[in-house]
Design a protein around this ligand. Structure first.
Ligand SMILES: [Zn+2]
Length: 169
């Protein structure tokens, strides 16, 4: 991990407080930012105030490429729009000869990046314990599911993906 590497962060990595131990700049997409914001606005505010987080969005053609590639691997259904945006940005930066490292603990993101030959690291590789997992919550009846569901089986409403509560470590 050279100093010139670009560090891309996914939602759970930002929520982990990863940035506190690292005096350097990170990049993520506006979709990831919005997902974190929805869950815990202070995590994003701190990064922006300390000038540690830059928001960059992939060009639409790379979003299309990321979706197509994820589909061929059977991972598309397991990836959120923000996951796709991060993969697309990694592809775009790599294509412009940037050295990119994506920090993610998400197996589906890792699987797609691996097949693209893009470097990824779990946050555990930086000495931070894994503290999160996703839950799927119905926007209407608030039922919570540990496995991915598209539509609430109880009331038929939309499901959103949220990280589980942060545990102190
Ligand atoms: Zn429901």
């Amino acid at each position: 991990m050279g100093n010139k590497s670009i560090y891309l962060l996914d939602t759970m990595v930002i929520l982990s407080g990863f940035y506190r131990a690292h005096n350097r700049k990170f990049i993520t997409t506006s979709k990831v930012r919005n997902e974190v914001w929805h869950r815990n606005p202070s995590k994003i505010d701190i990064l922006l105030v300390t000038n540690q987080l830059e928001i960059l969005d992939p060009e639409p053609q790379y979003v299309k490429k990321a979706i197509t590639h994820s589909r061929t691997l059977g991972e598309e259904g397991k990836l959120s729009d923000s996951d796709i945006s991060l993969i697309a940005l990694a592809m775009q930066l790599r294509d412009s000869n940037k050295e990119v490292i994506v920090f993610t603990d998400d197996y589906s993101i890792q699987n797609v990046l691996k097949s693209l030959g893009i470097v990824y690291k779990p946050i555990t590789s930086l000495g931070i314990r894994k503290m999160f997992k996703w839950k799927y919550v119905c926007v209407a009846c608030k039922s919570s599911f540990s496995r991915k569901v598209e539509i609430c089986p109880k009331c038929g409403s939309k499901i959103v993906r949220l990280p589980e509560e942060i545990k102190n470590h």
